[in-house]
Design a protein around this ligand. Structure first.
Ligand code: ZN
Length: 193
C-alpha cells in the first residue's frame, strides 16, 4: 500500500480505538502528539523499503534506504512481523521516556498507544496486498487476505487508489458523523478548559 493509504488507515484505526476506548483524560498536547505518533507509526514498517517516503526526505536517501534494507532483510521482512512490531514499539517507548522531561502536559502512554495502533494498522493493510505479510517470523510464511493471491490488492493500482483510499476517508467521515455528539462532548470536557 502507498504511504497515504497507510496514513489514512492509521487515522481510521485511531478513530475506532478512541470511540471504543475513550481515554479518561486527554490534554491538547497529548491529542496532537498522539495524532503525529499515529501517522509516523502508520508508515514506519516501510523503513525496510529503499524507496519509502520515510527515506526520500533524508539526505543520501539511497544510502540509508539500502543500508536498512540490508539490515532488516529486505522489504516486507522484519518490520512487517509481530516480532518487528514489538521491537519498534519497545524502541518508541524508550524514545518517549527519553523525551519525557520536555513533554509537558503529555500522557506518554496514550501517545505510545497511538503509535502502536499505527504500526499494527500498517501490517493489517499490507495483508490485503499481493505480497502478503510475514506476521509470524521467524516462520517464513507470508499471510494474505483473501488467501487467494489473485484476489488481493496490487500496491498503487486502481483498487487501492479508487476504492480503498477513498473508502477509508468515507469511513472516517461516517464514523465522525455517527459519533459526533459523543466526540463533541468528549472534546468539550477534555480540551475545553
Ligand atoms: Zn509495508
Amino acid at each position: 500500500m502507498t504511504g497515504r493509504t497507510h496514513d489514512t488507515a492509521a487515522l481510521t484505526a485511531l478513530i475506532v480505538a478512541t470511540i471504543l476506548y475513550p481515554p479518561a483524560s486527554l490534554t491538547l498536547a497529548t491529542a496532537l502528539l498522539a495524532l503525529l505518533a499515529n501517522q509516523i507509526g502508520g508508515i514506519t514498517p516501510d523503513i525496510d523499503q529503499p524507496t519509502a517516503p520515510f527515506w526520500r526526505n533524508l539526505p543520501a536517501e539511497g544510502f540509508f534506504g539500502k543500508f536498512f534494507d540490508k539490515l532488516l532483510g529486505g522489504h516486507r521482512f522484519l518490520t512487517h512481523s509481530l516480532i518487528g512490531v514489538a521491537a519498534l514499539a519497545w524502541l518508541a517507548r524508550w524514545l518517549l521516556e527519553f523525551l519525557r522531561p520536555i513533554m509537558h502536559h503529555v500522557d506518554i502512554t496514550l501517545v505510545w498507544y497511538a503509535f502502536v495502533i499505527g504500526l499494527v494498522s500498517h501490517l493489517v493493510m499490507d495483508t490485503f496486498t499481493k505480497e502478503g505479510v510475514p506476521w509470524l517470523l521467524p516462520i517464513p510464511f507470508k499471510f494474505g487476505l483473501p488467501p487467494v493471491k489473485a484476489l488481493r490488492v496490487t500496491t498503487g493500482h486502481f483498487v487501492e487508489n479508487l476504492i480503498i483510499f477513498p473508502g477509508l476517508i468515507l469511513l472516517d467521515i461516517w464514523l465522525i458523523a455517527q459519533h459526533y455528539q459523543a466526540l463533541h462532548a468528549f472534546i468539550r470536557s477534555h480540551l475545553g478548559s
